[in-house]
Design a protein around this ligand. Structure first.
Ligand code: SF4
Ligand code: SF4
Length: 379
């Protein structure tokens, strides 16, 4: 059976509009009752990347969280809300993003994402993954991503949002394990999503992010909500809606390569508005961050600077808080005196530093060959 994805044009975050549109969005999928049964423990997992206000479009909008929490409560679920942010305590991020207020007002409970449990998936590439105990304790997981560009993976939506199931500092460790191999990292994200296995994914694409996402891009009105049981199929619909190539989204490209069900848009049953009708008139992708001319590693490594994009320090904006240094997976950053330095040879181009910098002080610089390749592709 084809996976189903429901799309609905939704103009803004007005509370009543979001609530009624979420009902209409889920109706063709059987309503919330087909995902949540009375008495079940439901974990709602929004994107709580960092403690930014909802207008910055970094986190899932609190009104979308509110609407989903209320529907799950109406269906009889005992609802918890939580995520493991890239930086900061989960409670602090929930407060700043407006999500904690929703938790308090709806009578939901806060999931702290403090403990993690080691699991051993069978048959995959990764023999061991550590995920939040809150994830394992839930009967039902509702995945609530924000649709944003992602400088490393191309796009963050249904699949990438589940990286938040990995608690705190264990995330950089996985980045380090994957190194600069984006396909390998994408495969890890796919296997993680399969382990977390959310029952429902609802994407907040009312206002998304374009450009230097997921932390430093620009908000863009996309005017849509997207939902389905399969995070991969939901991503396929989101990609079709944006009009970008699935090959530019690493998780989708890897899912296509490995023949995962739901990855091909042709195999997805679209309900409601069509992705083409919802397509924005313009959308600025994350931009390429590497090129691969089929070069063997012994040639590619010396050419790394020219072949890839990397973060650079804006010395005017940087105030040497040390946050990026603390979280850089391969320890490629250091502050000495009044300057922050990045060791380009050690940098694995994960862009964690850029996601976390509260000052936007780490813009992206593309390598020469990368710029040339983009120029030629545009011609
Ligand atoms: S780049 Fe940003 S996160 Fe890093 S030290 Fe400077 S201000 Fe802090
Ligand atoms: S400098 Fe930034 S992009 Fe490079 S490895 Fe460190 S966190 Fe990742």
């Amino acid at each position: 059976m084809k996976p189903k994805v429901s799309l609905l044009r939704t103009p803004n975050y007005d509370r009543k509009i979001v609530e009624s549109h979420l009902r209409r969005l889920l109706a063709p999928l059987g309503g919330m009752e087909s995902f949540v049964r009375p008495g079940q423990k439901v974990l709602v997992k929004p994107n709580m990347l960092s403690g930014k206000s909802p207008e910055r479009a970094v986190t899932t909008h609190p009104e979308v969280v509110r609407g989903i929490v209320q529907l799950a409560q109406e269906a009889g679920g005992r609802v918890f809300v939580g995520d493991s942010p890239g930086v900061g305590s989960p409670r602090q991020v929930a407060r700043r993003s407006g999500i904690l207020a929703v938790i308090e007002e709806t009578g939901a409970e806060f999931a702290s994402f403090s403990d993690s449990v080691r699991i051993r998936p069978r048959g995959g590439t990764f023999h061991e993954l550590e995920i939040a105990r809150d994830i394992l304790d839930a009967d039902v997981i509702i995945n609530l991503p924000k649709l944003k560009t992602h400088q490393m993976m191309g796009l963050t939506g249904g699949v990438k949002n589940l990286f938040g199931a990995v608690v705190g500092m264990r995330k950089p460790r996985l980045h380090l394990q994957a190194g600069t191999d984006k396909a390998f990292f994408a495969l890890m994200l796919l296997e993680l999503a399969e382990q977390v296995a959310p029952a429902l994914t609802v994407v907040d694409a009312i206002i998304g992010m374009e450009g230097e996402g997921p932390g430093s891009g620009d908000p863009i009105t996309l005017g849509a909500l997207i939902a389905g049981a399969s995070p991969l199929a939901v991503d396929a619909a989101a990609i079709a809606m944006l009009g970008i190539s699935p090959q530019d989204v690493w998780t989708q490209a890897e899912a296509l390569r490995t023949g995962r069900p739901g990855s091909r848009i042709e195999e997805v049953e679209i309900l409601g508005d069509s992705p083409e009708d919802l397509r924005p008139s313009r959308f600025r992708s994350a931009g390429k961050t590497d090129v691969n001319f089929g070069l063997p590693p012994f040639l590619k490594n010396p050419l790394k600077k020219a072949l890839t994009a990397r973060p650079v320090v804006d010395p005017i904006l940087c105030e040497h808080c040390g946050l990026c240094v603390e979280h850089c997976p391969p320890r490629a950053m250091a502050i000495s005196g009044e300057s922050l330095r990045i060791d380009d040879d050690r940098c694995i181009r994960c862009f964690c530093c850029q996601e976390l910098c509260p000052r936007g002080a780490l813009p992206t610089r593309q390598g020469l060959l990368l710029r040339l390749s983009e120029f030629l592709n545009k011609k």
